[in-house]
Design a protein around this ligand. Structure first.
Ligand SMILES: Cc1ncc(COP(=O)(O)O)c(C=O)c1O
Length: 320
């Protein structure tokens, strides 16, 4: 008879052993201790959710939309997401087979990586990048590989991409986000196309996290999915565009055969997004008022950006 009871902790999935808490939350907790600092840690808009969006969610509750929603999200919301991608970025997706509504962009990223990765695969990312990606890759037993972009003003160049590909032996995915959190860098059509050209004749998939696409201040956002649709899983959502971070609605779009698998990963993980949140997202994405909300917030962010840039210039700090 053993004298001490064996601990179940010894037998847990070892993937999680080396993972700490979500690093961006750890950093935010530290930054929050400093008084009078402008915090650019969590990508958290300080606007409240617009009133008409709230009312749409309340109506959904009052209408007893309390049952399981369709796994890939309400058809009308998938249509609204597809329309949004078409109107804003000239992207054409079939809402029935190529779009799924996720629990925030994060769950879309998770489902995409779940679908694409086998243990031992590698995921290439320009660095610095959004801190959560590292964990999401490792959870899938894959290896994050970083390409340092500090020498090119944090712009990921085709040369750097080629060099990154050359140093990998099991590369499966390139994971990008632009406009970039944390650097603010974004890419124009020529830059996106040049990166896409490097990947075009390969079997490497691209996950393009464009959750900040609506907060493009200069020029027009040009989606990676426009340049390389057949290899790209595109992530977006309403968290940043409509200050709806806590409502947890994102969407993912890509080629039908890939999306069939992504939808399985999504369904087995979360079943579906919640109905009241989908009602709010539908209102946000499908109405003129929703479009105006984004523009009003963006105008305010632009003022703040210019204030910080000017102040940094005054302090002799470098900025791009
Ligand atoms: C680049 C990037 N992707 C995804 C997310 C998460 O988005 P969501 O809240 O919709 O999951 C964030 C949040 O800050 C982000 O900065």
């Amino acid at each position: 008879m053993p004298t001490t009871k064996p601990s179940l902790l010894q037998n847990l999935d070892h993937t999680y052993d080396g993972l700490g808490a979500n690093p961006i939350r750890v950093f935010d907790a530290e930054a929050s201790k400093i008084l009078h600092v402008i915090k650019l840690s969590l990508g958290e808009p300080d606007f409240n959710v617009p009133e008409h969006v709230k009312q749409a969610a309340i109506a959904s509750i009052n209408n007893d939309e309390s049952h399981y929603g369709p796994s890939n999200g309400w058809p009308k919301l998938r249509q609204a997401a597809a329309d949004f991608l078409q109107d804003r970025y000239d992207l054409t997706y079939d809402p029935n087979t190529e779009v799924a509504i996720t629990v925030g962009a994060t769950e879309g990223l998770h489902a995409a990586l779940d679908t694409l990765l086998n243990p031992g695969d590698q995921v290439l990312m320009p660095s610095p990048t959004f801190s959560l990606y590292d964990q999401l890759v490792r959870i899938n037993g894959a290896e994050p590989v970083y390409v340092d972009t500090s020498s090119t003003g944090f712009v990921f160049t085709p040369e750097q991409l080629r060099a990154g590909i050359a140093k990998c032996d099991h590369l499966k995915v390139v994971l990008l986000n632009f406009p970039s959190n944390p650097t603010g860098v974004t890419y124009n059509e020529a830059q996106v196309t040049a990166l896409a050209d490097v990947l075009r004749d390969t079997d490497i998939a691209v996950i393009s996290d464009e959750i900040y696409s609506e907060l493009t201040y200069e020029g027009t956002h040009y989606s990676f999915a426009k340049a390389l649709p057949e290899q790209t899983l595109l992530i977006n959502g309403v968290s940043k565009s409509h200050a709806m971070t806590g409502w947890r609605i994102g969407f993912i779009a890509g080629p039908a055969e890939l999306m069939r698998r992504v939808s399985l990963a999504h369904a087995f993980n979360v079943t579906s997004a919640s109905n009241p949140a989908m009602a709010g997202a539908y209102e946000a994405l499908s109405t003129e008022a929703g479009r105006q909300d984004t523009l009003a917030m963006k105008a305010e962010y632009l003022k703040r950006r210019d204030f910080v840039v000017k102040k940094n210039a005054g302090d002799g700090l470098r900025h791009s």
